[in-house]
Write a protein that binds this ligand. Structure first.
Ligand code: SF4
Length: 247
């Protein structure tokens, strides 16, 4: 039996041990995506727990000091609360973990329910990446995201209640300009009223990179953006071209 790894992981998990719980995406219908079929995983399946545990044993044999682990692929919580909770507890027993992360869909959180999410938090799952994409129902419908703004608002609050860190991604079906993404980030930073979350632009295709905890790091992040935007348009355009050509 070969060791299997998730096909995709968040950029922040580049040093993490990667555990594949499910294969591909169970939804696979978002208009802008198609990434798993493109990478050769057209169907969704849940791996038997004994296979996953064999991979965990392999990882432990080679990297017992691992402090961060990521569960993939796109929707591992589809394996069920009991399975993920058992796996999470096992991983915390095996490794000196400070972070256990998974991707999740808002609709899966909704299916699991608040109690299920809190059970997972209690078992040690402490970070979830949710692809929110938009707060507009019209855009979500057009993009076939399979979730509504109301569902996101409800389900995205449960991880925080269980002290699981959400990370937030946003987007729009109308192609945004490079400068538009920088202005959106500026607007977002000016108006976010939440306290405590860590905001980071840690992907190679982000046109500007700021990171910090809100609200205390807001001024320095805005200063970085203001300084960038105060450069001549030709300089900014050259920067956007350089980032685009490195994608
Ligand atoms: S849920 Fe995520 S992985 Fe699945 S199709 Fe949509 S964007 Fe792609």
């Amino acid at each position: 039996m070969a060791f299997e790894q998730p096909l995709i992981r968040p950029p922040s998990e580049w040093r993490s041990g990667l555990i594949r719980v499910t294969r591909g995406c169970g939804w696979n219908r978002c208009r802008f995506c198609g990434i798993y079929p493109h990478l050769g995983e057209p169907a969704f399946s849940i791996r038997p727990l004994r296979e996953v545990l064999a991979d965990v044993a392999f990882l432990h044999h080679h990297r017992p000091e691992t402090e961060t682990l990521f569960l993939g692929d796109a929707d591992p919580l589809q394996a069920g609360v009991a399975t993920i909770a058992e796996l999470s507890r096992h991983l915390h027993q095996m490794f000196p973990l400070r972070r256990l992360t998974a991707y999740a869909r808002a609709s899966t959180l909704k299916k699991i329910g608040r109690d299920g999410v809190l059970q997972l938090a209690a078992a040690g799952l402490n970070r979830i990446h949710l692809g929110l994409e938009s707060g507009s129902d019209e855009i979500l419908r057009y993009q076939r995201k399979g979730q509504s703004a109301r569902m996101i608002r409800e389900a995205a609050g449960w991880p925080r209640e269980g002290r699981i860190e959400p990370e937030i991604e946003s987007g729009n079906f109308t192609p945004q300009t490079a400068e538009g993404t920088v202005l959106e980030l500026q607007l977002l930073l000016r108006h976010l009223t939440v306290e405590g979350p860590f905001l980071t632009c840690d992907h190679a295709n982000n046109y500007i990179s700021v990171r910090g905890t809100l609200p205390q790091d807001r001024p320095s992040m805005l200063e970085t953006i203001d300084a960038f935007l105060s450069q001549p348009a030709s300089v900014r355009e050259r920067h956007y071209q350089e980032i685009s050509s490195s994608m």
